[in-house]
Design a protein around this ligand. Structure first.
Ligand code: CAA
Length: 259
């Protein structure tokens, strides 16, 4: 398959590397990109030679979130009937081999959620994580309200979801969101080292370890994700969602009327 919004390569014939590639939009995640990402993950997962995958972005942005321009005109009917986000964001959860997120720059909104869907995150020292959806009159819609509290605890998750502030890499490591922080120019070297180590172990043991750790982590995640998705969809019925996204697209400050 040929891809337009991601690039795909292998390293040492054992590691599958997927790079998000919409640099002008800071890797904003649109339908096409997420479909391509799902296809690439599925292909690497099915390839017996591949033992581990790496998902990465550009130096400036892992991903700055779901594509606001595309979402700005969506109605409640559009997002609910189209099962917006679930339909092509869930492939990463079905992948059975490990996926490491190598994050530099912005990992915001859906970008932070995508990184959290990976099995662990290695961050460059310029990485910034956040769930700024509140500024757009919506809430996270791809697991942010469920995975972030599990990773960093309620206090920090509430702080981030309610204020929309970002965390730098040092705070993210201290809080348990990322497993390692490295200088930007060492990000790929460090991540490849981890991926190579993993891909040399028994694939069966690696898959079992991943499945088992996820079991500890994901107890009632499905219920939480379902609940979150319904609220996320409902917010597309509000005037504040239209205002928040229109303000972003037109580069002005949003004025919310709480309707
Ligand atoms: N969607 C669409 N386009 C985006 C985008 C997004 N999420 N983030 C950035 N872009 C675009 C900008 O519109 C801009 O395009 P133009 O050059 O055509 O104007 C380009 O990327 C570069 O962005 P900036 O000029 O804004 O770059 P900056 O360095 O000044 O700021 C930033 C960077 C702080 C990340 C800022 O772009 C920003 O705040 N982006 C939005 C972040 C956000 O709100 N993410 C959440 C989205 S909602 C979501 O993800 C829902 C969910 O849960 C799934």
């Amino acid at each position: 398959m040929t891809y337009e919004l991601i690039t795909v390569r292998t390293e040492a014939d054992k590691i599958g590397i997927i790079t998000l590639n919409r640099p002008k939009q800071l890797n904003a995640l649109n339908d096409q990109l997420m479909t391509e990402l799902g296809e690439a993950l599925k292909a690497f997962d099915a390839d017996p030679a591949i033992g581990c995958m790496i998902l990465t972005g550009s130096e400036k942005a892992f991903a700055a979130g779901a594509d606001i321009g595309a979402m700005a005109t969506y109605s409640f009917a559009d997002v609910y009937k189209g099962d917006f986000i679930t339909r092509n964001w869930e492939q990463i959860r079905a992948v059975r081999k490990p996926v490491i997120a190598a994050v530099s720059g912005f990992a915001l909104g859906g970008g932070c959620e995508l990184a959290m869907m990976c099995d662990f995150i290695i961050a460059a020292d310029n990485a910034r994580f956040g769930q700024p959806e509140i500024k757009l009159g919506i809430i996270p819609g791809a697991g942010g309200t469920q995975r972030l509290p599990r990773a960093v605890g309620k206090a920090k998750a509430m702080d981030m979801a309610l204020t929309g502030r970002t965390m730098d890499a040092v705070e993210a490591e201290r809080a348990g969101l990322v497993s390692r922080v490295v200088p930007l120019d060492k990000l790929m070297e460090e991540t490849l080292g981890a991926a190579l180590m993993i891909s040399e172990y028994s694939q069966i043991a690696v898959m079992a370890a991943k499945e088992s750790v996820n079991q500890a982590f994901e107890g009632s995640l499905n219920d939480g994700l379902h609940f979150e998705r319904r609220l996320f969809h409902a917010l597309f019925a509000t005037t504040d969602q239209k205002e928040g996204m229109d303000a972003f697209v037109n580069k002005r400050k949003a004025v919310f009327t709480h309707q």
